[in-house]
Design a binder for this molecule. Structure first.
Ligand SMILES: [Zn+2]
Ligand SMILES: [Zn+2]
Length: 368
């Protein structure tokens, strides 16, 4: 099911505006608060049929509820059409939000955001496309990139705002360590130098809670790249609402929280280990007789985090740079899986690129 946000004033397409944090109409300037959209993911919170009525209408809610919605099957290839112009939307099976290649409307695929696929929370973009572009240009000018001239020409193939699926885990880590430590003292006495070794039996038991440990749940995104984009500030997490995705790209998760658990388990095991070590100080040597660390999942939330992706063409190969869409932190030259990224960009960004091209032709501006 396709959801498009139409301006109740003028009927133009609305999109999430990262500056105001509201759903915004470019055409007449109307802003709508996103908190007023309830029941995200159920498809009842938006205008889906005639495209011109207010999406706040209560009557509409009942109408939508009574309708029998087709439930989404993961393996099914769904074909979606833009409600503005009827064009087929270019999506791969993981896309949950995209832009119509022909008319540029932001499109949210509601059936892929419902049930177990409904995100619990989202951090909305705070950095807009123009700011992202400027920041990338500035960053490249600093000469942080090699080889020289890498980012000088108009080689940016696409710049896309993407919501990446993550699991945020609350974890409990319990550690128990039993060690034999020594303190060694040397001192001269008479003609001799004495070495005195004292032995200590050290025991530690720790119980630690770690909140909101992230793991990226998208197959296409490089784990290392996503780890480098951290930290996100989780106090800005909002309850998920579909209008946040309007005008952006979004993906659903490929891996569930159980599958990704080992990633955060390893990470938190290291944290617990480091903590235990930090409590055993002042000894000359420490040798562990026994150490057990157990990490348990308390809770995991499916969340969407904002990333600006820049795809850049250089010497017949594609390079990708990413920016944290909340903090502006840039990660470049990551050891990306080139094949996967290329597939992703041709699959999802083709639409966006096509639109930008059309705009550029109309305005005579450079293709960015
Ligand atoms: Zn309007
Ligand atoms: Zn369209």
């Amino acid at each position: 099911m396709v959801v498009q946000y139409k301006c109740p004033n003028c009927g133009a397409d609305m999109a999430y505006d990262s500056t105001s944090g509201m759903l915004h109409c470019d055409s007449c300037g109307r802003n709508d608060s996103i908190e007023s959209f309830q029941k995200a993911g159920s498809g009842t919170d938006s205008k889906t049929e005639t495209g011109t009525d207010s999406f706040h209408s209560h009557e509409e809610h009942h109408k939508e509820k009574d309708r029998d919605f087709h439930s989404y099957d993961e393996n099914e290839t769904a074909e979606y059409h833009c409600k503005n112009c009827g064009a087929v939307l270019i999506t791969d099976k993981n896309t949950t939000a995209t832009t119509c290649s022909f008319c540029g409307a932001g499109v949210v695929l509601a059936d892929r955001l419902s049930g177990s696929m409904k995100p619990a929370k989202v951090i909305p973009f705070t950095i807009n496309k123009q700011q992202a572009q400027e920041a990338f240009k500035k960053w490249c000018k600093k000469g942080l990139l090699t080889p020289k001239g890498f980012m000088t020409a108009n080689r940016i193939k696409s710049i896309s705002g993407l919501y990446v699926p993550f699991w945020l885990y609350d974890l409990n880590g319990q550690g128990e360590a039993d060690a034999t430590c020594t303190r060694v003292r040397t001192y001269p006495q008479g003609d001799y130098i004495y070495t005195e070794t004292s032995y200590y039996h050290v025991y530690r038991q720790v119980n630690l809670n770690y909140l909101k440990v992230p793991a990226d749940a998208s197959e296409k995104m490089n784990d290392e790249l996503m780890d480098k984009l951290e930290p996100y500030h989780y106090n800005d997490l909002k309850d998920f609402n579909m209008p946040y995705l309007a005008g952006y790209l979004a993906e659903k998760y490929n891996y569930d929280d159980k599958t990704l658990f080992s990633r955060v388990e390893d990470r938190v095991t290291d944290f617990v280990d480091t903590y235990i070590k930090s409590t055993i100080g002042g000894y000359t040597t420490t040798s562990y007789n026994q150490k057990n660390i157990r990490v348990k999942e308390q809770q995991a939330d499916y969340v969407l985090l904002p990333v600006w992706m820049v795809c850049y063409d250089y010497k017949q190969s594609e390079h990708t740079f990413a920016m944290n869409g909340q903090t502006g932190k840039i990660v470049g030259k990551p050891p990306l899986s080139v094949g996967k990224m290329a597939a992703w960009f041709t699959g999802i960004s083709a639409g966006v690129f096509a639109v930008l091209k059309i705009i550029a032709v109309l305005t005579g501006g450079p293709i960015l």
